[in-house]
Design a protein around this ligand. Structure first.
Ligand SMILES: Nc1ncnc2c1ncn2[C@@H]1O[C@H](COP(=O)(O)OP(=O)(O)OP(=O)(O)O)[C@@H](O)[C@H]1O
Length: 277
């Protein structure tokens, strides 16, 4: 286990440097500090998982990179350019797939290129390819309500990928799925990522998921969030999920991550009132 790598290498794809983010709390004078001096980076093509207790600021980090939020202090850059607003270079996949209910699967998947005025001849093949990769060939004309939760999330994944984003930001995308579908989606993500080399930031609460997917796992402290630790995962040690922890070094990483996350979760848990028996 290494200390958090706060110094970004010059070639970093994504840089978050010294970021502070506060929110106005409802009716309160003091603001809530969500992030306190957060620095992290992602190299080109890297898949980094962000772990930490509920409310520590994981989604806030993702939203800053997506351009949905702006920091009070510090800098967020993608390819060396400050992030000022959402952009087509950064696709976001949320826990609940945000599909257009009135559009069928194909129209949902091709929404981005159609809005960008890309001629159908140029995106048709890509749409067929991504629908095949996510196992939805034959469902092109189905409406979202006719799909299972896992199928809807696969549509969201195909829609994110067809835009060929430089960066994919995923906020607990598989948390609502059953265990078997989740594993299928994780394997699919690894396949797509191998095929495209997309840089991915993946927020999760699930330590096993992080170790299965990531090149590096970053652990955040309880709120106000900072980067507490960084754990590198040699991809050669990861073949399939079932044998992931046969490797004693991986089992040790899991043990370390459980301890780190537990420690922070305890800090984040509401403290009992002193007078409570
Ligand atoms: N739009 C907002 N307005 C006010 N406070 C916010 C807003 N967004 C986030 N916060 C606060 O910032 C802190 C961090 O929230 P964030 O959603 O980033 O945490 P998280 O680690 O993603 O949590 P979880 O794992 O539960 O999804 C929390 O205290 C939250 O209440």
């Amino acid at each position: 286990m290494d200390g958090p790598g706060v110094i970004a290498p010059p070639h970093a794809k994504i840089r978050v440097e010294g970021v502070v983010k506060t929110y106005a709390a409802d009716r309160a004078v003091a603001r809530t500090t969500a992030l306190q001096d957060v620095s992290l980076h992602l190299g080109e093509g890297e898949l980094v998982c962000l772990l930490g207790p509920s409310g520590c600021g994981k989604s806030t980090v993702l939203n800053l990179i997506a351009g949905f939020e702006r920091p009070e202090f510090g800098a967020v850059t993608v390819d060396g350019r400050p992030v000022e607003r959402p952009g087509p270079d950064r696709a976001v996949v949320f826990q609940q797939p945000q599909l257009f209910p009135w559009l069928n699967v194909l129209d949902n998947v091709t929404f981005g290129p159609r809005m960008a005025g890309v001629p159908a001849a140029r995106y048709r093949e890509d749409a067929a390819r991504y629908l095949r990769l996510v196992g939805l060939t034959g469902f092109e004309r189905h409406a979202p309500y006719e799909l299972s939760g896992g199928m809807r999330q696969r549509v969201a994944l195909a829609r994110a990928w067809i835009a060929n984003p430089a960066v994919l930001l995923m906020d607990e995308p598989f948390a609502a799925l059953d265990a078997q579908t989740r594993l299928t989606m994780q394997e699919l993500l690894l396949d797509l990522r191998r095929a495209t080399g997309t840089t991915i930031l993946f927020v999760t609460h699930d330590i096993d998921e992080a170790l299965f997917l990531a090149d590096r796992v970053l652990v955040m402290t309880a709120r106000p969030g900072r980067i507490k630790a960084e754990v590198a995962v040699p991809r050669a040690a990861v073949r399939d999920f079932d044998s992931l922890f046969d490797d004693p070094a991986m089992a040790q990483r899991r043990h370390d991550l459980v301890a780190l996350v537990r420690e922070e979760a305890r800090k984040a848990a509401p403290q009992p009132h002193p007078e409570t028996p």
